[in-house]
Design a protein around this ligand. Structure first.
Ligand code: MSP
Length: 498
């Protein structure tokens, strides 16, 4: 069998609302990773989708005067369209209302039931509809859920429970030893802290929620939305009906999300997998939360940013660059549209865009044969850039990877300032032009995972995109790829100054 696919997931987003910049952030980051891994030659499978059951969604459907199915069809399509517009390269899009998911989720639940990991008991406690999750008193602030600023409801039902507590010690060992990699380390420690307190069994069904998947062993109850949603990671890759495909893709190499839902992914989901005897994901990575101008994005504050809307201002690639560059991946951050504007002009219009256009303007004035006789320092610098970049990408430090590319861009600018190619001609000019053009080719590939459209444009202006896109990364990285006689011309500006 061929090498196992590299499998990347995002959370499946609730359809009660439209996609906002927070959803886009995770999805863009996953896309960056997917594209980088493809560049490295991996067979990538990148899955995203929508989470469509539960109280919150059915309430929103009611408010929209639609049936839950009509409402989720409409909302899920909006997510799908947003990712299309943002040029996200997901290989599939899963909806939890699809038959493939419902069937597979039932199979998974039945396996847990058959393994005697599910039992019936009375549940009494608090439930936050915003989080779609149960709350303990200690998680509340002034009696309210701090994330949603609403009071949880008191639930008292007969529910089915999953024996989560039984996996406590096993999970602790796996996470401690990094056999289940939870990153960044702060999140690993947070999970170990929860395991130290001890996990309790959790309710996995709801008695009074119709909008859900009926339990295969008790049709009077539906599966608790979180339990069923987590299963999308296996139901989307053939768990129920395609063993060969499933083995080719599962386990996930990275489950990506924000820190709000890491407990579900690093504790509950692995316990469920251990329960049915499936391999665990290799890494659970939770990035931080960002605020907008220091405030949480919220409808009440009216500061929710629509990613599609702002991609019209900065371009799809511009938006991807800005959001990834502004926040240190893995940590909390803050964004402001004012800073986006400044950075767009400085880094994209004046930085990358200007470099490409001024060099191609000079190169376009003549046909010439490349000359690498004076490129030792340059070659070394590009090599070092790739080394730092690849390490950063492997560690999911996406903003650091971009930092290293922009250092290379400013070195090229400095080199041009020192060499003054506009004052040179003939033998003096060609080696200088060759160096910067080759550096630009490499920059084109370095930015490709982040800004695929811009990369294609740059590499097309250099007339190498079509031939190089099929080459292995090590060939692309080899210095001197731009070779032979060059007849180039200045193309359209990559970024228009705001
Ligand atoms: N449906 C569940 C996930 C189930 S996965 C099996 C859910 N959906 S959600 O629509 O609320 O999405 C939460 C995710 O959206 C976060 O984990 C994160 O990926 C993203 N973000 C939402 N707001 C964000 C910020 N302000 N900052 C960073 N990420 C944000 O939870």
């Amino acid at each position: 069998m061929s090498e196992k696919s590299y499998y990347i997931t995002t959370p499946i987003y609730y359809v009660n609302d439209k996609p906002h910049l927070g959803h886009a952030y995770t999805t863009i980051a996953a896309d960056v990773l997917a594209r980088f891994k493809r560049l490295q030659g991996h067979d990538v499978f990148f899955l995203t989708g929508t989470d469509e059951h539960g109280v919150k969604v059915s309430q929103s459907a009611k408010a929209a005067r639609l049936s839950p199915q009509e409402f989720t069809d409409q909302q899920s399509a909006i997510f799908r369209m947003a990712w299309d517009i943002l040029d996200i390269s997901n290989n599939d899009f899963i909806r939890t209302t699809e038959p493939r998911h419902e069937e597979a989720a039932k199979k998974f639940l039945l396996e847990l039931f058959d393994k005697n990991l599910i039992y019936k008991d009375k549940y009494e406690g608090l439930y936050c509809v915003g989080c779609e999750s149960y709350k303990t008193d200690s998680e509340l602030v002034d009696g309210k859920c701090p994330d949603h600023n609403i009071e949880p409801i008191l639930l008292s039902e007969d529910n089915w429970f999953f024996k989560l507590s039984r996996f406590n010690d096993q999970l602790k060992k796996l996470i401690e030893k990094d056999e289940l990699l939870v990153r960044p380390v702060a999140r690993k420690n947070e999970m170990l802290g929860l395991l130290k307190q001890g996990l309790e069994d959790i309710a996995i069904s709801r008695q009074k929620v119709d909008w859900g998947i009926p339990l295969p062993f008790d049709k009077s109850q539906t599966a608790y939305v979180w339990i069923e949603a987590l299963m999308n990671y296996v139901t989307g890759v053939g768990f129920q009906d395609d063993k060969k495909r499933f083995q080719q893709i599962w386990p996930a190499d990275v489950h990506l999300m924000a820190k709000d839902i890491v407990k579900f992914h690093a504790l509950i989901w692995p316990a469920m997998l251990l329960g049915v005897g499936l391999p665990l994901p290799r890494q659970v990575f939770a990035h931080g939360f960002f605020t907008v101008d220091g405030k949480k994005m919220s409808k009440t504050l009216g500061n929710v940013i629509d990613p599609v809307e702002i991609s019209e201002k900065y371009g799809v690639d511009g938006l991807k660059y800005l959001i990834i560059r502004e926040i240190s991946f893995g940590e909390d951050g803050d964004i402001s549209l004012g800073r986006f504007d400044e950075r767009y002009n400085a880094d994209l219009a004046n930085g990358l865009g200007n470099l490409v256009s001024r060099v191609l303007a000079i190169a376009g004035q003549r046909e010439f044969e490349t000359d690498y006789s004076q490129s030792k320092d340059f070659e070394q610098q590009v090599k070092l850039t790739w080394a730092g970049y690849e390490q950063a990408m492997t560690d999911l430090k996406f903003n650091d990877a971009l930092d290293s590319v922009w250092k290379l861009i400013s070195s090229c600018d400095k080199y041009i300032e020192v060499k003054k190619p506009w004052e040179l001609s003939g033998d003096g000019l060609i080696p200088v032009l060759t160096n910067v053009l080759e550096a630009i080719r490499q920059i084109g590939w370095l930015i490709q995972p982040f800004m695929p459209l811009t990369a294609e444009e740059i590499l097309s202006q250099l007339k190498v995109y079509d031939t190089e896109k099929i080459k292995p990364l090590k060939d692309i990285q080899a210095w001197g790829g731009l070779t032979g006689k060059l007849a180039l011309s200045k193309g359209e500006a990559l970024f228009i100054r705001l």
